[in-house]
Design a protein around this ligand. Sequence first.
Ligand SMILES: *[C@@H]1O[C@H](CO)[C@@H](O)[C@H](O)[C@H]1NC(C)=O
Ligand SMILES: *[C@@H]1O[C@H](CO)[C@@H](O)[C@H](O)[C@H]1NC(C)=O
Length: 559
Amino acid sequence: MESLRILLAVVLSLGTASAASLGVVQTEGGSVQGRNIPLGVFRSVDVFKGIPFAAKPATFEKPKPHSGWDGILKATKFAKRCLQLSMFQTSQTLGSEDCLYLNIWVPHGQHVSSNLPVMIWFYGGGFMAGGSMGPNFLNNYLYSGQEIADRGDVIVVSVGYRVGTLGFLSSGDSSLPGNYGLWDQHAAIAWVHRNIRSFGGDPDNITIFGESAGGASVSFQTLSPHNKGLLKRAISQSGVALCPWALNRNPRKAAEEVAVKVGCPTDDRMVDCLKSTDAVTLSMAAPVVQQGSPDNPGVKNLLMTPVVDGDFLPDQPANLFHNTADIDYLAGVNNMDGHLFTLKDIPSLGNKNEETPVEDVRRLLAAYTEEKGQAGLEIAFTEYTSNWGSKPSQETIKRTAVDIGTDYIFLVPIQTAIYLHAAKATSGRTYSYLFSEPSLIAGPGKPYHDWVGADHADDLQFVFGKPFTTPKAYGDRHRDLSGYMIAYWTNFARTGDPNKGNLKVPVAWPEFTGMGHPFVDINSKMNESSIGQEMRLRFVRLWLSTLPSLPSYHATDAQ
Ligand SMILES: *[C@@H]1O[C@H](CO)[C@@H](O)[C@H](O)[C@H]1NC(C)=O
Ligand SMILES: *[C@@H]1O[C@H](CO)[C@@H](O)[C@H](O)[C@H]1NC(C)=O
């Protein structure tokens, strides 16, 4: 026993002693040194936190190159997140204007790595909030790239970008065009492309990935002509540029609201006045997403978002898919992605002791089909209630409301983006998924109804390997699922095919361009049967063809 222990100690110390590490790395701004974390015998990861990829940005200006530094930058602490409203106390801000920093995780085996695929992460948070490290989760940051880097043998980079007023305010014209947060992301991609070789990465194999507003950001980055030649692949989880909340079609109105709040005129003096207002005041004036109601769903009030600016986005997103022709694209949706939001719009939905009136479901649908008036509502309501029978159960009624939210907010626009990507692709491949692992907080004695599936953001913990990092909070099936997702995601980053790479996958994921528009249904019980076809085609048709073919109704027409 004792000798075994000594042997083990010797082996472990040998492993540590010979752990490969990059040491000091030269970047265009100067040298940086991170920290080497030994993970086992002949396995370690170098972690670099808080490397600047641009200078501290000036208010309402594109990011500019960093002027560099002397000596060795100790890259061992996450930088502050970009200035934003506190989610919990909307009268306070968090973070700093000086926030254009990125973090890098580089895995090593016995030897220092070279030419690894690179995955760049963009966080979600409704373009209003978020940070490159994510929330702290059982003493571990949600977006730590360590598990993905180690298990998938890829470099992971996570990036800070401006959000809220400072990231996305737009006057709707060239005097204050907006999209500052998207320019930040682009600057980070370009920095990685120029510098990642020194970290052992392959600048020609860069994948960007993100979730929610981060998934939409990924989509915007692939659609912009400014990333030509910088990107090879992209993964959008629960968000694309075509989502109704992702693009502000009337930015001037939102800008005027901010102007009024900070005491600026709304005439031709507005832009100069906004530009000379201090950053904290501007951040505080961000329109807050109100608690929704069935008649005014919350997602319709997300107002500081990307815009068609004629530069980063030269046209409507749907018209820009030719720019993605050579990019491999993997995208998907959670089967109850709309649950979190619909719950806020119809509070009885989440209450196990309260009934949801059918009238509330109708009102929610009326709000989402508003432009098509009564005719649109009737057609959509008939479609969504076609399986109701004469006496629908409360579960049926509540699930229908969640389906409406999921379809409108996420599923239909995501399917549309996947179709458009496949239609315009030349060398780029297309893959579609549905994530359907039941919510961990659903069931008897837990907050959610037992029928609640994969809610918004439920996928994140599995992609980032939390069941491995904090094993006590999860079961073995969650580790299986996390392993599957890391395998698909990192294989895709390595080869453009989620099935081919270093890691074994539970079922071959067919390309979307095959027969019947296949998708893979990802959950902990997946097997060879986990392939579906034409995801919710009936409802995709409703929103994409039936409703748009009806004449649009505007409130003013009625007068
Ligand atoms: C980058 O990915 C491609 C596949 O798209 C692969 O053929 C190539 O070998 C990779 N580059 C390097 C240098 O490994
Ligand atoms: C695949 O999984 C489903 C659902 O868990 C199950 O019903 C089915 O029997 C499984 N099929 C195979 C071939 O294992």
